[in-house]
Design a protein. Structure first.
Length: 366
């Protein structure tokens, strides 16, 4: 950032103003942070960086600034024009105040968006930008529209955190409506920390007619509270995917995987199964502890992706070279007999000894 064309912004949140005798003001309490505000900074960029500095939610905010030459005058900071006015009337610094009350402009925009969200929940921010420009002649940034949409959703559905208050009731209803359903929920500094759900029909379906093979996986959640979604899936007699259980958990560490797999093992009724997974260290450790190393196999798709990356990194250029290497790996993986495996490995060694060494070092028994 060009500091010569910037002013220093004092950011205040949760403050109390104390007047002084010389008509100046003093901020008491709350938190204060500082940041440089460049002459060309947009309002959306300022809001994003200010909220990051203060470590606060960008939803439902209002900003004001104090004129350097007249501290008693509080000015609304609401858009790019207000940003320009603040920078024009501030020589070296500016005091910027954060309030959790939304501005009038934000409330109006949120209400307009709310009317559409009620009938079209998938109303995208990029489409909202276009509609506001064509219908009302108002240009809004993507960031502003995203914030207004979140405000509208809060008016319709309430605060996301409040919905978690219904979680114990929902868990109990699952058990009441579907006897035999297993629901486990743990709490730690919030609505819940770990959630495990296995519907009774999934448990019965697995025990009565599915193959003794369970694939486990996880994916990151991108919502407000983050976390991870765990899943356990098996295969029915027609090789179709059949869900057994899922969980919503804070992270993908060893403790969380161990907890999820303990709950999963509890519904299997001592049935011996083979676990398929990627090679995440937390999974390797927890599966070997609960199901045994001999009952754990690696997902070939993940292994093949890792092998392909290794081929690319080790100067095997050309599409044909990679295709040939992957075909040789296929012959190793799909070898049904020990003799077939030995023959396939010899072919891979002849083609490239480093690739064969990679296979041998990555637990081929799995």
């Amino acid at each position: 950032m060009d500091l010569e064309n910037s002013i220093y912004g004092y950011l205040h949140e949760g403050w109390e103003i104390v007047p002084k005798e010389d008509k100046q003001i003093q901020y008491k309490g709350g938190q204060q942070k500082g940041m440089y505000i460049g002459q060309g900074m947009s309002y959306a960029d300022f809001v994003s960086k200010a909220c990051e500095r203060l470590d606060i939610n960008s939803n439902g905010y209002t900003f004001h600034y104090i004129l350097e030459f007249d501290p008693s005058a509080r000015q609304q900071l609401d858009d790019d024009e207000d940003m320009h006015m603040m920078l024009s009337h501030s020589y070296d610094y500016a005091h910027v105040e954060y309030s959790s009350q939304p501005s009038m402009r934000e409330m109006r925009s949120a209400r307009v968006i709310e009317q559409v969200i009620r009938t079209t929940p998938q109303y995208l921010p990029c489409q909202i930008c276009k509609d506001f420009r064509s219908r009302y002649g108002v240009s809004l940034s993507y960031k502003e529209v995203w914030i207004y949409k979140e405000m509208a959703k809060e008016r319709i559905y309430g605060l996301p955190k409040n919905s978690y208050m219904l979680l114990p009731w929902l868990c109990q209803r699952l058990v009441d409506i579907n006897p035999g359903t297993i629901v486990e929920c743990t709490r730690q500094d919030g609505p819940f920390w770990q959630l495990f759900i296995a519907h009774s029909f999934s448990i019965q379906g697995f025990l009565m007619g599915c193959q003794p093979i369970i694939a486990i996986d996880s994916t990151h959640l991108s919502g407000l509270y983050r976390g991870s979604l765990f899943s356990a899936t098996t295969y029915d007699v027609d090789d179709g995917m059949f869900p057994i259980a899922f969980g919503v958990i804070s992270s993908e560490n060893y403790e969380d995987w161990l907890w999820f797999l303990q709950k999963l093992k509890g519904i299997l009724q001592d049935k011996e199964v083979v676990i398929i997974s990627d090679r995440h260290q937390a999974i390797l450790r927890s599966v070997s502890q609960l199901f045994g190393v001999e009952n754990h196999v690696y997902c070939y798709r993940h292994v093949k992706e890792n092998f392909s990356s290794y081929v690319t990194k080790h100067s095997m250029k050309g599409k044909k070279c990679k295709v040939d290497a992957l075909l040789l790996l296929d012959s190793v993986v799909y070898a049904r007999l020990d003799d077939d495996y030995v023959v396939a490995m010899e072919k891979l060694k002849t083609y490239n000894n480093d690739l064969a060494k990679w296979v041998e070092e990555n637990s081929p028994q799995h």
